[in-house]
Ligand binder design. Structure first.
Ligand code: C5P
Length: 234
């Protein structure tokens, strides 16, 4: 039988990729499938949580049952939704692949070919939503008990390299849990399997053996449940 250990816990999950418009028909995007975030949303609901899923571009995934689904396209829309909805969440999971940059302007009409070669595309930096959530908590805008989970897709020659990048990212982002994925040649993006580590702010490191994203989702929620349990005891 399923353990309903997240009964009543409000979980906000972002998933999928953002698309940054260039003109009415073109965008800059990424290959995120949304599978890992959807698996977390589905599993959390099965464990009794009240789940909101903020979804960007995903590859043909059905909405998980008993989950409120909000659609976004751009990083700016995702930022607005996450910062607004985090106030009503006990746990925030940033599984979305957010574009780091967006075009400075969105052309009103389709950008034309010209004789002088391709038109330059000027980019500007998107806000780092994960860091904004952490600073909102720091400033007291978010409840101090809100559990914040980030993801890190890292490439590296060996496990040590990937893990080192993950540790540095956890420190930089300031979240409670960081799920580190080893990505590259057929790993993680778009596939059904995933592998990596869960790092906690207090220095615990749990290896996640290669397995389905649904299993990874359960492990991540186990780690979340453990942080929530520690909060209750302290
Ligand atoms: O810095 P990097 O993109 O590797 O960090 C990945 C983590 O940060 C993910 O949890 C992702 O959802 C989040 N992120 C974000 N806003 C951005 C870029 C990444 O929240 N602009």
């Amino acid at each position: 039988a399923l353990v309903r250990d997240l009964e009543g816990v409000r979980v906000l999950v972002s998933a999928g990729g953002t698309r940054e418009a260039l003109d009415p028909v073109r965008y800059l995007g990424n290959r995120s499938s949304g599978k890992q975030g959807y698996a977390i949303a589905r599993a959390a609901a099965q464990r009794g949580a009240q789940v909101t899923l903020v979804a960007g571009s995903v590859s043909g995934l059905a909405d998980p049952s008993a989950v409120e689904v909000i659609r976004i396209r751009t990083a700016a829309e995702l930022t607005t939704e996450m910062l607004k909805r985090a106030h009503e969440a006990d746990v925030v999971v940033m599984a979305a692949a957010v574009a780091d940059f967006r075009p400075v302007t969105v052309a009103d009409a389709k950008i034309k070919k010209n004789d002088t070669g391709p038109a330059p595309i000027e980019l500007t930096t998107n806000p780092d939503i994960l860091r904004e959530l952490v600073s909102a908590r720091h400033d007291g805008a978010l409840d101090a008990q809100t559990v914040i989970v980030g993801f890190a897709a890292e490439t590296g020659d060996d496990h040590g390299g990937v893990l080192d990048h993950g540790r540095a990212k956890l420190a930089r982002k300031g979240c409670d849990l960081l799920v580190v994925n080893a990505v590259g040649e057929g790993k993680a993006f778009g596939t059904d399997d995933n592998t990596g580590w869960i790092l906690t702010a207090d220095g615990q490191e749990t290896a996640l053996p290669l397995g389905p994203k649904t299993l990874m989702a359960s492990r991540i929620l186990d780690a979340v449940a453990s942080v929530l349990g520690d909060e209750r005891c302290s």
